[in-house]
Write a protein that binds this ligand. Structure first.
Ligand SMILES: O=C(O)/C=C/C(=O)CC(=O)CC(=O)O
Ligand SMILES: [Ca+2]
Ligand SMILES: [Mg+2]
Length: 417
C-alpha cells in the first residue's frame, strides 16, 4: 500500500527505490531516489524529519544526501542503508507523510541525471565462462579457451576510474596502436574494431583497513548496489597491447554506467544459486551451502539484460549464467589485504550465455567479423561505426511477482579526434 499513484507492476515501484544523483534547472546535483516516473528529493524530505525531531542516534541522512555523489551515503555503511530504506518505505507508504513529501517529487522529465558516485577504484572482472571461452577461441585459437587459472580465481584487472561516465555521455572513438598478426609493423590511427561489453557493475560501500580483507560471508556489508555497465573496448588496440599485462588503452577511454544504483536489498528476491563450480574453489572463495529458498553467500542474480544496437535488440544475456558471484569477486579483490573504500566499483565482466542470442559483446556476436549482425534497417555490422548508439537495459524479479527495473545505459560513438 502507498499513497502514490503507482501501478503494482511498475519497475520503479516501492520495492525498488534505486539511488541516483540529479539536478533540476538552476539547482545543484544531489541524491535522489527514483519512485515511478518521479525522483524524490530525499535530502529535503530527510530535512523535514531532522528539523522536527533531530537525528538522535541515527545516521544524518540529510547531510549525506544533500551532496553531489552517493559517496558520503556509501561511507555510512550497511546499517544506515537499511535504516534509510525502511524510513523511505514508511514515508512513501503511510498517508500521514503525503502532504509534506509530495512537493519533493520531481517529474523525471524535469531532471538531469549525473554520475551517481565518485568512482574510487575501478576493477573489471571476467566472470562469464561463456564469454571467456569465446574470447579465448577468438584471441588465442591455438590454446585452450580457458586459461589454467580461470576456474580457480575470478580474473580481473584494475581499470581507469576517472573515465567512468554516466549513461548518455558520448564516446569518442579511441585512437592508438594496432597490429594484426599479418601486419609487418604496428600502425597508428582510430580503432576500427570498437566494441561493447554488457556487464553489471557493483557499487561498494563502507571501508576496510589496508591489510584486512572482506570475507565472503561479510560481502553483503559492502555490496551496496548494482548498475548496468558498458565496458567499451577497442579490440584492435587490445589484441596488440595486452600481452603480458592485460587490458590497458583498449578499455581505459570510457566505461558507461546507468544513473540508478539498484540496491542489493531490492534484489533480494532475484538471488539465485550459481550454475555450479567445478573444481571447488579454495576456502576463501567458497560460499555457504545453498538451500531451497536461500542460495547461500555466493549468490548469483536473476537479471535479464537486453542489448540494443541502433534500435535493434541484438542480444539478451542472462546474468544467472555467470560462473563467479559478486561476493566471490569482492572477497578475491581484497584477499591480499587491499583495502576497499566507499565508491569502489567493480564490473562483473561481459555477460554471455551459451547461445548466440545471449552474447554480451559484438566481438562474440559477429565472431570477430566473420558473421556480421543484420540490424532492422538492413544494415550489417560487426563493430561500432561513428554515430551508432547502444542501449543496455535490464530488469529482475522483485518480491511478490513485482519487477525491479534498472533503466538504461546509453552511449553513442563520436568520430575520432
Ligand atoms: O581474454 C582476453 O584476452 C580479453 C578479454 C576481455 O576483453 C574481457 C574483459 O574486459 C573482461 C570481461 O568483460 O569479461
Ligand atoms: Ca570488460
Ligand atoms: Mg572500459
Amino acid at each position: 500500500m502507498t499513497w502514490l499513484d503507482l501501478p503494482a507492476d511498475h519497475p520503479f515501484g516501492l520495492h525498488n527505490l534505486p539511488y541516483g544523483v540529479f539536478s533540476t534547472a538552476g539547482t545543484e546535483p544531489r541524491v535522489g531516489v527514483r519512485v515511478g516516473d518521479h525522483v524524490l528529493d530525499v535530502s529535503e524530505v530527510a530535512r523535514i524529519g531532522r528539523d522536527a525531531v533531530g537525528v538522535g542516534d541515527g545516521p544524518d541522512l540529510t547531510a549525506a544526501w544533500e551532496r553531489p555523489s552517493l559517496n558520503p551515503f556509501l561511507a555510512l555503511g550497511r546499517d544506515a542503508w537499511t535504516t534509510a530504506r525502511e524510513w523511505l518505505t514508511a514515508v512513501l507508504t503511510d498517508a500521514v507523510h503525503e502532504e509534506r513529501t509530495r512537493p519533493h517529487l520531481v517529474p523525471l522529465a524535469d531532471v538531469t541525471m549525473h554520475l551517481p558516485l565518485e568512482v574510487a577504484d575501478y576493477v573489471d572482472f571476467y566472470a562469464s565462462e561463456h564469454h571467456a571461452s569465446n574470447v579465448g577461441r577468438i584471441f588465442r585459437p591455438d590454446s585452450e579457451p580457458l586459461t589454467p587459472n580461470w576456474k580457480h580465481l575470478p580474473i580481473g584487472y584494475h581499470g581507469r576510474s576517472g573515465t567512468v561516465v554516466v549513461s548518455g555521455s558520448d564516446v569518442v572513438r579511441p585512437t592508438g596502436q594496432r597490429k594484426a598478426p599479418t601486419d609487418a609493423a604496428p600502425t597508428f590511427g582510430p580503432s576500427a574494431r570498437l566494441d561493447i561489453e554488457a556487464e553489471l557493475g557493483f557499487v561498494v560501500g563502507g571501508s576496510t583497513a589496508r591489510g584486512d580483507r572482506v570475507a565472503l560471508e561479510d560481502a553483503d556489508d559492502h555490496l551496496f548496489g548494482v548498475v548496468l555497465l558498458n565496458d567499451w573496448s577497442a579490440r584492435d588496440l587490445q589484441a596488440w597491447e595486452y600481452v603480458p599485462l592485460g587490458p590497458f588503452l583498449g578499455k581505459s577511454f570510457a566505461t558507461s554506467i546507468s544513473p540508478w544504483v539498484v540496491t542489493t536489498d531490492a534484489l533480494r528476491a532475484a538471488r539465485v544459486p550459481l550454475p555450479g563450480q567445478d573444481p571447488e574453489p579454495l576456502p576463501y572463495l567458497r560460499g555457504s551451502d545453498a538451500t531451497a529458498d536461500d542460495p547461500g553467500t555466493a549468490w548469483g542474480l536473476d537479471v535479464h539484460v537486453e542489448v540494443e544496437w541502433n534500435g535493434t535488440v541484438v542480444s539478451r544475456p542472462e546474468y544467472r549464467d555467470m560462473y563467479w558471484s559478486p561476493a566471490q569477486m569482492l572477497a578475491h579483490l581484497s584477499v591480499n589485504g587491499a583495502s576497499v573504500r566507499p565508491g569502489d566499483l567493480f564490473g562483473s565482466g561481459t555477460i554471455s550465455g551459451p547461445g548466440k542470442d545471449t552474447r554480451g559483446s559484438f566481438l562474440e556476436l559477429s565472431w570477430s567479423g566473420r558473421e556480421p549482425v543484420t540490424l532492422e534497417d538492413g544494415s550489417q555490422r560487426s563493430f561500432l561505426e561513428d554515430g551508432d548508439t547502444v542501449v543496455l537495459r535490464a530488469n529482475a524479479p522483485g518480491p511478490d511477482g513485482s519487477v525491479i527495473g534498472f533503466g538504461e545505459c546509453v552511449g553513442s560513438i563520436l568520430p575520432a579526434r
